[in-house]
Design a protein around this ligand. Structure first.
Ligand SMILES: [Zn+2]
Length: 827
């Protein structure tokens, strides 16, 4: 990287919302460590009008050339220069429809189609809005000003310092200088924003489209809470005078942590009374908490290179849950973390096609369907493991030390673990290196030898792989003795294998007590697993442990080491299970297995799922109760849909009645809205399809739209599935097109048709936002490719060369297809 560093950017923008264009000019003050002839800046899709450098107090024009492939402009200086330099560049650009860079987002007001302009710059799209050194290490301060329509509101990271009318309905809006920060965190927004606010030491506001502030109160209140928690926990005050949470209709990702101007999809910030479910409400809190953590992890201390992106996302994921649990301990957030993050990460990371949390490749690392489960979910899970290992206070102390030491600067992985090691005086560096710098995770195999347990580790992959890897594994074991006592034993597994003395008269033992470790366990002796099974049945084991035992067993089924019949048989231990975590996991595992297997096996899976879930549903009730736990509501919505697919007569009847009253205009409880709509579609005809499309067009809440998009993916009849597919391509807005497709890809009635549909609509699908297109591949191929394995393989062999960027996602999808195919064909 060049030794030329930006100090300050003065950005002047004139967006034209009717022509979708903007004029800009940027003055960059920079410093060349060594004398240079040439300066390279990143640009993309900008037309440069003029480029000049300050010389003896006035600007002189500079020649420049464009390197389009490299997304760079090269400026030739009139003479070799070192030290401080000022560049000025005039340019023009488009307010695009790509949901990247400076782009437009559509909304409808009073029947009229309208637009706002907003920015999304991570990882490398600030260059679409102004020429810059577009790398996280190149921190600078920013002074933004915009000329906008007098009736519009402009938002950026810092507060407004001055607004001046320019006549002819236009005004100049100037913003305060930002703290020193990276380009990807800058925000620019112009539109008919409305606000609600909470004045405190820091002004917290929620910005929405006109008429939507009524739905903003919940997010505003939780935003304030998350800010207070963060300042207190990290021990560093939030440095800006204001913090905006901005709801944006057209948004590719979930949210973006721009410093002081966080942007969200509408359904992840706005809360609609009587429509937003408990699950939706939790998701809002989790996302706000996640973005709030980024104001420190990412914004204040930034990765020095994209390969350290985990330093942002792992912490934000971890605190996304940590902050919520602080305010809502009754929501069972850590159980949801294990199911929603750790489980997905273990599944993702058990593929050959994986990579370390510290992703090799630096500059080209981006957040994709391939990388996200590793840097968010695995990273967050490894942090949970480390926190349990060093203890809560050491963890907090280490993080405070790390943030303080690197504030307004950049850091790499070793800076973090050195800080944790310094505070805890434990071998954190050695341990973290084994988890962060190598791909995959271990399987710990265990058997008894006399009064000891023999623990052995090797890498866990679904498909066979020779790997000489080892990890430093903190192992906690709960040991049960013949006299009825039990105790927890902790150790570090530092080598390939070890004997651990557990004493005599051991009747059972559970490895990975409370599931704090990021690894799978295999009990090599059937008796040991059986002994655990009986403690599952009596609930002597915690719900985390009850979850882990069956979930590891299911992973071994996917790995070909255990048969699905043995897994189903083991589920007998869960006949009285009533806890969310094991139940949601069992329901999910059975559901996925049922998509893969055929014939008698499939029947057996459905009937096991049906009887287990019918029993659960009769325990918790079909209808939501006013004071019930969140996890009960979330589980009910999940299993109603599964039971409908297993053809549970009671569920089909219940949902049909609910759905027809909904169609007649009656209210439906938000906590069963999604499943009832899905089952309505499943049992529906053409008139139901039309009801959904009419309601989608008129609905004012993104939460309701999300439920209906799920339903669009849930039809049974082929004709309706095809109509829904066509509707997705033609009518659903780009930001949401992937949503019904992912539901179709997990709908057993649509699955057999998805591969052919993908192939014949390739051109339309390729136009999706790259992140969404990858999600479509990752959703369709692993199950939809069953039965077409050779065709799928040969198609992608050629295709990968053309679609370089989707390569990782294609490879992991093909590997999942191989795993599923082997399961289906297993004896
Ligand atoms: Zn994030």
């Amino acid at each position: 990287m060049s030794d030329v560093n930006p100090i300050n950017y003065r950005i002047h923008l004139e967006p034209d919302l009717s022509g979708f264009k903007f004029k800009g000019n940027v003055e960059i003050s920079l410093e060349a460590v060594e004398p240079v002839h040439e300066i390279s800046l990143n640009i993309l899709d900008l037309a440069i009008v003029n480029c000049s450098v300050k010389q003896d107090g006035s600007y002189v024009d500079c020649p420049f050339s464009l390197e389009t492939e490299k997304e760079e402009m090269r400026i030739s200086l009139p003479e070799e220069r070192g030290g401080k330099l000022d560049l000025k560049i005039e340019y023009e650009g488009e307010i695009n429809d790509k949901m990247a860079g400076f782009y437009r987002s559509r909304y409808v007001l009073g029947g009229n189609e309208k637009y706002i302009a907003v920015s999304q710059f991570e990882e490398s799209d600030a260059r679409r809005a102004f020429p810059c050194f577009d790398h996280p290490l190149k921190k600078a301060t920013f002074e933004v000003e915009m000329i906008v329509d007098e009736k519009l509101v402009a938002i950026s990271n810092a507060p407004i310092t001055a607004e001046k009318s320019l006549g002819e309905g236009r005004k100049l809006v100037k913003f305060e200088r930002t703290p020193r920060m990276s380009t990807y965190l800058l925000f620019l927004g112009v539109g008919e924003f409305e606000f609600i606010e909470d004045r405190g030491k820091v002004l917290v506001r929620v910005a929405t489209m006109p008429g939507m502030t009524a739905y903003a109160k919940f997010g505003l209140e939780f935003g304030r809470k998350a800010l207070e928690f963060s300042e207190d926990y990290y021990g560093i005050k939030y440095p800006l005078p204001k913090l905006d949470l901005i709801a944006i209709a057209d948004f590719a990702a979930g949210a973006m942590e721009n410093w002081g101007a966080i942007t969200f999809r509408e359904n992840l910030l706005l809360h609609y009374p009587n429509i937003t479910s408990k699950a939706g409400e939790e998701r809002i809190c989790e996302v706000i908490a996640h973005e709030m953590a980024h104001q420190w992890f990412g914004n204040l201390v930034t990765p020095s290179d994209w390969k350290y992106l985990w330093l942002n996302e792992s912490f934000a994921t971890y605190f996304g849950y940590g902050i919520v649990t602080h305010y809502y301990p009754e929501w069972d957030i850590w159980e949801q973390f294990l199911h929603g993050q750790t489980d997905g990460a273990l599944d993702r990371d058990a593929l050959h096609e994986t990579f370390p949390i510290e992703i090799p490749g630096g500059e080209h690392v981006v957040i994709t369907a391939s990388t996200a489960p590793i840097i968010y979910s695995k990273g967050g899970s490894v942090l949970r493991q480390v926190e349990r290992y060093v203890g809560k206070e050491n963890f907090k102390g280490g993080l405070r030390h790390y943030l303080r030491k690197h504030e307004y600067g950049c850091a790499s992985s070793h800076d973090l673990w050195e800080a944790l090691e310094e505070v805890s005086a434990m071998p954190v560096t050695k341990m973290m290196k084994s988890w962060i710098e190598q791909p995959g995770f271990p399987l710990v195999e265990v058997k008894r030898e006399g009064d000891t347990l023999l623990l052995t580790q090797r890498r866990f992959t679904y498909l066979d792989k020779e790997a000489e890897q080892q990890w430093l594994i903190p192992v906690a074991i709960q040991v049960f003795y013949g006299d009825g006592q039990s105790k927890r034993i902790s150790t570090l597994l530092e080598s390939r294998s070890m004997h651990l003395d557990v004493g005599g008269d051991v009747v059972a033992y559970k490895i990975n007590h409370e599931q704090t470790g990021f690894y799978r366990v295999r009990y090599l002796e059937g008796n040991d697993l059986e002994a655990l099974g009986s403690r599952v049945a009596t609930k002597e084991l915690s719900q985390e442990d009850r979850w882990g035992i069956q979930n590891d067993l299911y992973a071994l089924v996917r790995g070909g080491q255990v048969s699905i019949d043995d897994y189903l048989q083991f589920l007998a231990s869960y006949s009285k299970e009533d806890a969310f975590l094991p139940l949601t996991s069992i329901a999910g595992n059975l559901f996925r297995a049922h998509l893969i297997f055929q014939g008698a096996r499939e029947d057996k899976i459905s009937s096991t799922g049906k009887s287990l879930l019918e029993r659960v549903l009769s325990d918790i009730g079909f209808e939501p109760e006013p004071e019930e736990r969140h996890t009960v509501s979330i589980l009910r919505d999940q299993i109603l849909w599964h039971l409908a697919l297993y053809e549970s007569a009671d569920v089909l009847e219940f949902a049909a009645a609910k759905f027809s009253s909904l169609m007649r205009g009656q209210k439906l409880h938000p906590d069963i809205m999604r499943s009832v709509m899905q089952i309505g579609a499943l049992q529906g005809d053409k008139s139901v399809f039309e009801w959904f499309t009419e309601r989608l067009a008129s609905s004012e809440s993104e939460h309701e739209r999300m439920d209906m998009l799920a339903a669009l993916g849930s039809f049974k009849e082929l004709k309706l599935i095809e109509k829904a597919q066509q509707y997705v391509l033609e009518e659903v807005p780009p930001r949401n097109k992937f949503v019904p497709i992912t539901y179709m890809a997990a709908n057993p009635h649509a699955v057999p048709h998805m591969w052919a549909w993908y192939r014949s609509n390739l051109e339309a699908l390729e136009k999706f936002h790259p992140m969404h297109y990858e999600r479509v591949i990752a959703a369709i191929v692993p199950v939809g490719g069953l039965g077409y394995e050779e065709e799928v393989d040969s198609f992608f062999q050629g295709y990968m060369g053309k679609k370089e960027k989707a390569k990782d996602v294609i490879k992991l999808s093909l590997e999942r297809l191989r795993i599923n195919s082997r399961m289906r064909n297993s004896l």
